[in-house]
Design a protein around this ligand. Sequence first.
Ligand code: PEP
Ligand code: MN
Length: 343
Amino acid sequence: MIIVMKAGASEQQLEEVLTRIKELGYMPHIIRGEQRNVIGAIGDEREKTRLQYLEAIPGVERVVPILRPYKLASIEVKDQKVGERSIIQVSPEVSFGGPKIAIIAGPCSVENRESLLKTAREVKAAGGSMLRGGAFKPRTSPYSFQGLEEEGLKLLVEAREETGMPVVTEVVNPEDVDLVAGYCDMLQVGARNIQNFALLKRLGGVSNPILLKRGMMTTIEEFLMSAEYILSAGNPNVILCERGIRTFETATRNTLDISAIPVLKEKTHLPVVVDPSHATGHWQYVKSLSFASIAAGADGLMVEVHERPEVAMCDGPQSLKPSTFRDLMEGLAKFAEAAGREL
Ligand code: PEP
Ligand code: MN
């Protein structure tokens, strides 16, 4: 159930509602909005008729039943009349979900200091907002490069210090969450870990924004249920990332589900980012799918860029060269403008 407070409701009225929700055996989650506050009451839906009586408390505008299995991720927790959505702040300059489109770019993995810094400088110079780079690499084969681990995190911090761009990296093991959160601004959950519930719950305990990548076999509802794990465990800063799903098609590494963008926008208030690099597996398709994603309403992109893709240790064939990335950024501005956004 969602309890929508009136725009001018007092803190005391809010407290009264929270107390009553707890008395009824539910867990209240407050979502503070610019115009009004909304409370999600989490618990046994069979008792929901009793929650409906909260409408009798002054300060409550209405009580809305939510039929979807996800609640905190649901669009209903925001004021739809004013088109309210979550804006997730990563740093004073970088946010997701506002008018400005954020571009995350960088190598698949952190390979060495020189290469990372070179790529980071190129990303920054082309107008990128954030740097990506994997330090813990969940590879399909146990014999492939597994990442530099903590050494890689330190190099990301060095690149942030030099360029001023916040950094994002994947965390694979729940035990590493605090370590990675201590170094990096944003933590990524990879496609292969979308239903690693121990990891998701652990990420609910940090305040860093989480970039949650859709699994290759994940439905939209399952995707949002995974977001719900993080949100209900206490971290409201979740950004969704569509990165292609498995289909019968083999011409591309995955199939970019472009329709996921408007569908997610309809169902959730969380920002949506698209990763066209993993979606296609080929650098030459990244530009057109980036344009399409922004046109379809994405709040940001995550693109793999490598200073020399031909010698990359991971995902070279889908990585853009710095010059191609610059070209992408130049072309993107027009699409952002057409979509009513800024780059
Ligand atoms: C990545 O972003 O480096 C990555 C491994 O992507 P995915 O989890 O989407 O395969
Ligand atoms: Mn990759």
